[in-house]
Every structure is written in C-alpha cells, then in structure tokens.
Design a binder for this molecule. Structure first.
Ligand code: ZN
Length: 850
C-alpha cells in the first residue's frame, strides 16, 4: 500500500482560525475500550479570519452523533477531522464520540497506565479525544464532567461539584486544548498547602497509586512549594487557582506536562526516596517540578500562537528552571552541568542532519521538534538577551511581557518587541538566533604592544540542512584578563561581536595578559582558541571564573585525548599535575572538583576529531579514554583514599547540594580507586550503602572493571518490585558493558521477564544506554545498529513518538568510516522501508538519511 507523502507545514503559511471558541463543556463516560466523550462547544466567527471554512481536528474517533444549535447533522468526516457548513454567526456544536483508551499504546490522547486513565494532549493529542480546533491560538474556558466508578477523578481548574460516580471541574482561565488533562484512578494523595503572596490559600496534592509510591512524594512536594515561592520572589508571579494537582504516571513519553492546574508527570520525574533515587534523580525532579510549575505563567497564561513558536514557552521556561536550580544549589555547578548537556546533545544536533533553527520554519510532525535545540539552545538565547540588556533591563522586559501578553497566544516577534520597548535596544540582528541553525565558531587571535592588548574575534557558522549561507550573529563574549601571577587585572566585560571579524582593545596593561574568554559560557558557540597546554593549565589553576576554570581543564583533557587517539601518546603531565593540585584544594567545592575530574564524553571526542577533519574511530577513542582514566588514577593514587574518606557524609541521607557534592567527589574517587584495587573499596561501599547514590555508584564501578556479578544479582533480588529502580538495573548493565559486549548485553536484557517495550522508561533504559555506550553502539560488528533497528521497527507500531525520538541514535552516521556508514545506513533504510511506518519515524529517518 502506498501512503501519500507526509504533508509539510510551514510557518509562513500561518492563518488565524476561522472560528473562536467561547466555552467548551465535556462529559467523559470512562470505559476501557468504549469511553464516550460528549462535547458542547460554543463557536463564534473570528473577525480577523481570512476564511469561513469550518474544520475540526479529529483522529481515531468513532463519531456517534453531531448537531449544530440542537439540529442533528451528518458532517463530512476524514481521517484527520470533520467539516460542515455552519452559520455565519455564533453557534453551538455538539458531538458524541467513542474512543478506546485501553488500546492506546501511543500514550497520546486518553490512555490507560496500570489501570489509571490519563491524558497527554501536547502537542496535537486532543484531536484523539474529540473533534475540536486543536491549535494553540484557540483558547477557551473548559468545564469537564467525568463519570466513572473510580474513586479519584481529576481535571483542570477548580473542583466544581462531585457525587457518587462523577465529578465536575471548571477552569476559569481560557486555554488551548493542548493544556487539557483528565485523570481517573484508584489513587491516593500526598497533600499540602501553600499561601500565595497575596494571602490566597492553595490546596496542593501529589497523586500516586497506593503502595510504595506513597512514601516517595515528600521531596516533590517540597520542590513544588519552593518553586511557587521562587516564582513570586523572582518574577512576581502568583498562582491563580484554588488547587494544584500533580499525578505520577508510569507510562509516559516525556518527562512531564504542564496541563493547567493538573500537571501529569512521568513517575521517574516526581517520585523519590533516598533508598531508591540518586542525588542526580533528586536534582532532576526538583528541576522538572519547577519547570512544569513555571509553565503556568510562561506557557499557560501566555501561550504560543502556533507550534513554530514552541521555544517561546520552552526556552524561557528552561531558562527559568535553570535559574531556580542555580539559586537552590550552586550557580557555578549548574552552569557547568547545563553546558555539558548542551555540548553533548545540542551541539551534536546542530552539527548533523537534524540541525534546525530554534524556531523551525517547517515540520511534518511537531512531536519531532521537542528537541534540545528548541529547549536548551532556546534557553541559551534568553540567557544572552539577559546578558546584553542587563538584569534591570531583563526584569523590565519580563514585567512588560506578562503585562502586555497575559491571556495571549504570542510569537517570538512579540517577545523580542517587549525587549525592544522595555530597553530601547534594536534586536533585529539578535533575532537571527531564532532563525539561523548551526553552532557558530568563534576564533580568537591576540597581540600585545605598548600597554595595549588587542583581541580579534571572528565568527563563522557552518552550513546546515536548508541553510547554506549564514550571516553574522550578535554574540556576547564575556572576557576577563589575568596577569602572570593569576591576579585578575581586567574584570569580566561583555564584548559584543556583531560582525564577521572585530578587534577589541584593552589599554594600560603592564604586560601581555592571559585572556579568559567566553566566561560563564556567555554564548552557545564553539570557541577556537589556540592556547598552549601551559596556558590552559594556568587557567585551570587560576581562573576566577569557575566555568572557564573548569573548561580549561576540559579543553586540556580533550587535547590530551586527541593526542592519545592519534599517536598513542602518554598524557601531558601538565594536565595530570593540574588535576592533582585541584583535587587537593580543599577550598574548592567538592561538586566542582568532581566535575573537573570528569572527562569529555567519547561522543564529544568523536566530534572534536570531525572538527579537525579526521574520521573518528570509536574503538580507539574508547581505548584512549580508558587509558587516560588509568593514568589519572595512578597519578592521583596517593590522594584518592584521603579524599574518599574526607567525603564521607555522616548522619541520615539528605539530597541537598552540599551532601550530594561530597558524594559525587567521593564516588569519583571510588571509580578511580577501583581501577587500581580490583574493586575492593567498591564492593565494600556496595555492601554498606544506605542510599541509592552510594549503592549505584559502587555497582557501576564494579561493572566497569568487569566485576559485580553477585552485586548485580543481589540488586535485582532486592529491587525487582520497584520499576524505577529496575530501570537503573537495566540501564547500568548496558552503559557499563565493554564495547564488544554491549549489543549482546542489551539483547539479553530484552529477553528478561521485566522488559517491556510498552513502557517508555524501560525501553529507554536499555536502548538509551546503548546509544550512550558510544563504542558499544558503534562496535565494528554493527550488532548494536541491527539490534536497535529491530526494536525501533517493533516499537513504531505501538509508540511512534518514542520510536522517532530514539531513532536519533543514528544521527551521527556520516561522521564515521565507510564500513560503519554502510551498516548504519542499511539499518536506517530497513526502518524506512517498514510497511506503515509512522509519520513521526518516517520524518526522522528521512531527515537523518539526508
Ligand atoms: Zn516545558
């Protein structure tokens, strides 16, 4: 069967909706395979519309009946929606449809997870619930009635009424359909309250299934209250309903969803306990709770006109959650963590076939554009704006934004206009950050004469798909200067690079300074700065900017790795000595020291080789990483046990930043020690650990040296009942496997009785880890490529969204040698040729193949 070529949608084709919705009333009669949805929608012609065509989206719906103003109609129904002739005046459309949540494995629309009904409507899932103008610029007031015997029935807004077998909810705030949510289940709540800045009392609940999960809500609740307070203190934003509900769901495609007043969370993004969650889990949960809560203003009260504007809500909300985490924990550590993620994932995306602007210009399936570029680069753009206009300018602009656009479905133009109006700055060139894809390269040369230091910066952005020619961007480059003693002689200053090449001068200097460039990672660019290892070691020892201090070590490590890959060199002692000095510096935050001791990822090293015009060999990169790790362990040998002991945290476990930082450095010591002691210390830590952070780190250390079989079995024995912990058990075995074993280990795990591809977390545990095991994924046999392709083909029939997302594992295929390219291409083509492949996966595979 030949299906029609998927339709591309273009930003430039936007037209306003023909009809607006004043109110919508929905009644749900819940039943696993025969849920009935009754809708009553008050439409009104949009005075700004260019057409009067009436079209309602609707997919996989069984239409039972429909009427207009009480008169029964037989609309024209297609696979994507319905049309009918309607009055050129306000009218009421009513319909009844039938849907089957129990067989909905795509986890989009209304579906069931462990006996619980739940919804996921962003971006275009509401059309799988009923006929509706499913676009974010149609905002309406929703009233919802749920009929079911299940004890807990939830929807958006405030509770209106309830009785035996039914509940009604009313959301006074007009919203687009993608923010609709419904939950029905046998659930218990972890309750709390919050008093807002104007003294309003808000009921808070985290809802979970009865059992173990009930003990895992307290941390999430504290995070929620901190988020509510922070948004009041920092952005002046108050919560606007009587109740805020969070529900934990086991089967979920993403992290969480900001539905108005009823956030739905992947259980991995909200449930936490010391015994079952790592420090990293706690931090991630705190950030995601904050992120979804912050969407109430940046996303819900002000939403997006169309899906091309996705970064308007996501970039800003990520930026806000990053600020929040920095305030709660450590700004320096958070910045480094964020840049590690940005470089590993967003730079990778920007450098490959999937590169796209932060505001894309076209898409086939919008679900494929919930990307690191839209989210993380989108957040970087906000950070640059703030740097350019200053804290005061940023605050004024945000106040104006909330003031001017509350209740709107807005655009990036609206957003930039607010900054122009609030600060008087012309942002027309800056706007290119939204439309021009690819990571700019900024190269540096310098000179010194007669007391004047000159810094010449040049920018160049490589071609990306559909964008051959690039023009200069506005790049804020934060620079500070140090003298030979390591004293800061010129404090941080923002240089605004707006042309292809520009020279900046600093006068009155007694000698040639050492520059510290791109402090705080002031712009999402690749810095090309030919420094000697000695200069980098100097910055690693002295830079006053913590980000650049860390980055000097990182660049040094990358150079060392490249040398080792190319010529089997032994690592430069300047680097090893630098690490030792840093490790011994007890004045430095342990979390920072742990980060400074970590190496660039093997994928980063591969990209660095590509940038240097070479073909990376993942096996050689793996060996270099292993060898360097061993060199580091040997060089630091005498200090490791001392620091390991110093990092002992006494008292009951707490996930705070200070304790977590100590554990992080301690566990870094442990993994290095295990390279030398055969895993003695790790076995001991495993045996005595009273929290998941210590237990998992010990297990990882053992697995990485080919030990830990007994511990692995004991771990399974102890945790087999806990889905989230078992995800760790699945993932760790794959990520710690030797490259030649990775595919075998993953394949074997798919035969485990607890493996299921219906649960995205479990699928990702195995196959996300396989992608992350760079040398294992790219093992020359091609076994991992074949295995992943097999499973993506199987999963696509059930869950297109997660399949499409996981297909990005192949997006670096053009980097590699002919043999690997052939094998990866064959895997991609095999996926592409699958009969009835989803639109989601078809688009991704087509773009990756290029
Ligand atoms: Zn978001």
């Amino acid at each position: 069967m030949q299906t029609a070529a998927p339709q591309k949608i273009y930003l430039k084709d936007y037209t306003p909706p023909a009809y607006l919705v004043d109110s919508v009333e929905l009644t749900f009669k819940l039943a696993p395979t025969t849920t009935r949805v009754l809708s009553r929608i008050a439409f009104r012609p949009n005075p700004d519309a260019q057409s009067r065509d009436f079209f309602l989206h609707g997919e996989q719906l069984k239409l039972i009946s429909a009427s207009i103003d009480g008169v029964s109609i037989t609309p024209e129904v297609t696979a994507t929606g319905l049309t009918h002739t309607v009055p050129n005046a306000p009218f009421v459309f009513e319909a009844e449809v039938e849907i089957s949540p129990a067989t909905n494995t795509a986890l989009e629309g209304l579906y069931m997870s462990n006996g619980m009904y739940c919804t996921q409507c962003e971006a275009e899932g509401f059309r799988k619930i009923t006929y509706y103008p499913d676009r974010p610029d149609v905002m309406s007031v929703f009233t919802v009635r749920i009929e079911s015997d299940l004890p807990v029935l939830l929807s958006n807004g405030n509770p209106a009424a309830k009785g035996d077998g039914w509940a009604e909810w009313h959301d006074p705030w007009p919203k687009p359909a993608y923010l609709f949510a419904l939950v029905g289940g046998d659930l218990v709540n972890h309750p709390d309250r919050f008093t807002t800045m104007s003294g309003k009392d808000v009921e808070l609940n985290i809802w979970v299934r009865p059992g173990d999960d009930e003990q895992k809500c307290a941390f999430g609740m504290e995070a929620l209250k901190k988020s509510m307070k922070w948004d009041e203190d920092v952005y002046g934003r108050e919560y606007d309903l009587d109740i805020f509900n969070i529900v934990a769901v086991d089967d979920f495609n993403m992290g969480a969803m900001e539905n108005k007043g009823l956030n739905i969370f992947n259980s991995s993004a909200v449930l936490a306990s010391p015994e079952t969650s790592t420090d990293a889990n706690f931090e991630r949960i705190e950030a995601i709770i904050a992120h979804e809560y912050f969407h109430n203003w940046t996303g819900n009260r002000i939403t997006c006109r169309d899906w091309f504007q996705l970064c308007l809500k996501e970039g800003l909300t990520v930026f806000r959650d990053q600020q929040f985490t920095g305030d709660m924990r450590s700004h320096a550590v958070k910045r480094i963590d964020d840049v590690v993620v940005l470089r590993a994932h967003q730079f990778r995306e920007d450098n490959g076939p999937l590169a796209h602007p932060v505001r894309p210009e076209s898409f086939v399936e919008i679900n494929n554009f919930y990307t690191v570029t839209v989210y993380e680069k989108g957040a970087e753009i906000i950070g640059m704006l703030k740097r350019l206009v200053g804290d005061e300018g940023y605050k004024n602009a945000l106040d104006l934004y909330f003031d001017r656009h509350d209740g709107d479905a807005a655009t990036i133009e609206d957003w930039l206009q607010v900054f122009e109006d609030a600060t008087g700055r012309d942002l027309s060139q800056f706007a290119k950050w939204y439309s021009q894809a690819g990571t700019p390269r900024v190269s540096v040369t310098d000179s010194y004469a007669d007391g004047t230091y000159s810094l010449t910066l040049s920018q160049q952005t490589p071609a990306t798909p559909d964008q051959d020619k690039k023009t200069p961007m506005v790049i804020p480059v934060a620079v500070g200067l140090l003298n030979d003693n390591g004293d800061e002689i010129v404090p941080t200053r923002i240089l605004e690079l707006t042309e292809a090449t520009q020279t900046f001068t600093f006068d009155g200097l007694a000698s040639k300074p050492v520059p510290s460039i791109l402090r705080g990672f002031s712009a999402p660019v690749i810095l090309e700065h030919d420094q000697t290892n000695a200069e980098r070691a100097f910055l690693l020892a002295h830079d006053t900017d913590p980000f650049n201090r860390w980055d000097a070590g990182r660049t040094l490590a990358q150079d060392v790795l490249l040398q080792m890959v190319r010529e089997d060199a032994t690592p430069d002692t300047a680097y090893l000595d630098g690490l030792l000095a840093l490790l011994r510096d007890d004045n430095l935050d342990p979390a920072f020291r742990a980060l400074a001791l970590s190496l660039p990822s093997q994928d980063d090293t591969a990209q660095a080789l590509v940038d240097a015009g070479e073909t990376p060999d993942p096996t050689a990169i793996y060996r270099a990483h292993e060898a360097l790790t061993l060199h580091i362990a040997q060089h630091l040998q005498d200090t490791l046990p001392r620091i390991y002991a110093d990092m002992t945290v006494t008292g009951p476990y707490a996930p705070d930043a200070v304790s977590a930082g100590k554990r992080s450095l301690g566990n870094r010591m442990l993994s290095l020690m295990s390279k030398l002691d055969g895993g003695k210390q790790a076995s001991q830590q495993y045996a005595t650990a009273d929290n998941m952070t210590q237990q998992l780190a010990a297990l990882a250390s053992l697995l990485k040296i080919g030990k830990g079989a007994d511990e692995l079995a004991a771990f399974e024995q102890r945790w087999h009942h806990d889905r989230l912990v078992m995800d760790k058990w699945f993932g760790l075995q794959v990520s710690c496997a030797a490259p030649e074993d990775a595919a075998k280990v993953a394949a074997k795990l798919t035969e485990h009785s607890a493996f299921t591809m219906k649960n995205p977390n479990r699928f990702r545990a195995v196959f996300g880890a396989l992608k992350g095991n760079t040398a294992g994924f790219h093992d020359p046999s091609g076994a991992s490529y074949d295995l992943l392709a097999d499973w993506l083909i199987k999963l696509d029939a059930l869950n297109p969204q997660t399949t499409a997302r996981m297909s990005t594992s192949f997006d670096t295929w053009k980097r590699y040698d002919a043999d690997r390219q052939t094998k990866m291409k064959a895997a991609l083509q095999r996926i592409d040729k699958t009969p009835n492949l989803s639109r989601d996966t078809t688009e991704m595979v087509t773009r990756i193949l290029g």
